[in-house]
Design a protein around this ligand. Sequence first.
Ligand code: DAH
Length: 349
Amino acid sequence: MYNEEISKIKKELETVFNDINTKEALENIRQEYMGKNGSITELGSKIREVANEDKKAFGMSVNELKNIFNENYEKISEALEEQEINEKLNKEAIDVSLPGTKIEVGSAHPLERIIESLENLLMSMGYDVVEGPEVEKDLYNFELLNLPKGHPARDAQDTFYIKGDEYLLRSQTSPVQVREMLRCEGKEPIRIICPGKTYRRDEDDATHSHEFTQMEGLLVDKNITLGDLKGTFEEVAKMLFGESRETRFRPSFYPFTEPSVEMDISCFNCNGKGCSLCKGTGWITVGGAGMVNPIVLKNCGYDPSIWNGFAFGFGLERLAMLKYGISDIRTFYVNHDIRTLKEFDRREY
Ligand code: DAH
């Protein structure tokens, strides 16, 4: 019984697995033979109709079919699995000889360059970098720096006040000096620099901006002289503008320093001979400085009979404009084109 059916399926199984090369095709064949309505499954269910004495032989035949099927199925399934893994490996293989994807490297903003090189130099001389708030008290920005209300020097720093006259946008980084001295309570020497944003009510043009950047320096210790300041400035000048720079101090006035000086460097454009950049003088002013006024020391808790020191302030846009030949201060705030920034790579000394 059913012998014909059995040998038909057996015959089919010899070829049905040929050319199976996808999992889907294999699954279809499984359904066709071993699924709920598959031909081997259906054949197996016919056992009820088989005469008792033939049941054993019939069962064995059906089992043989199942075994043949399963053997083939396993073999092909494994092969397909392996093939899939190999394909995946091939696809994901890394070809180390391929050229890499080029990553565009950024370029530092000129102000950032100036800040970083000043920080590196002055930190190597023992200075710490500190920060102060941009919204500052009048007390720290002016009062304790020997600029009491009504002092004419306040006019030079036309200031943004915030609600009343107690708070303002700092017009200089000098209040950080005050904060640092107060923090140290007149007890220890101080060596700090403070780069940061400053604000003045200026009309914006090629050389003025209502927001700009300064770097303040303060050194408080014992027996400090103007010579120490000069030596420090000389290092800064040479680092920023080349070894052959010469430096000079010109008398000046700041309420927080006494004496006060303007710091000049010999013109790097004409080497001191006189040109349009230095307006024929051979010198370029790059910052203000002086010996810390004893009044300021006292205001901030330092006994001027024991302590003294110097302070300096640089306008960082000015330094960057000189160093990188930038003629318009607004360049710093609007132009962040990477190609422009890369230009500055070539202008390092
Ligand atoms: N704060 C001054 C300004 O904004 C710059 C300055 C001058 C700072 C002399 C100093 C200094 O510390 O000693 O114009």
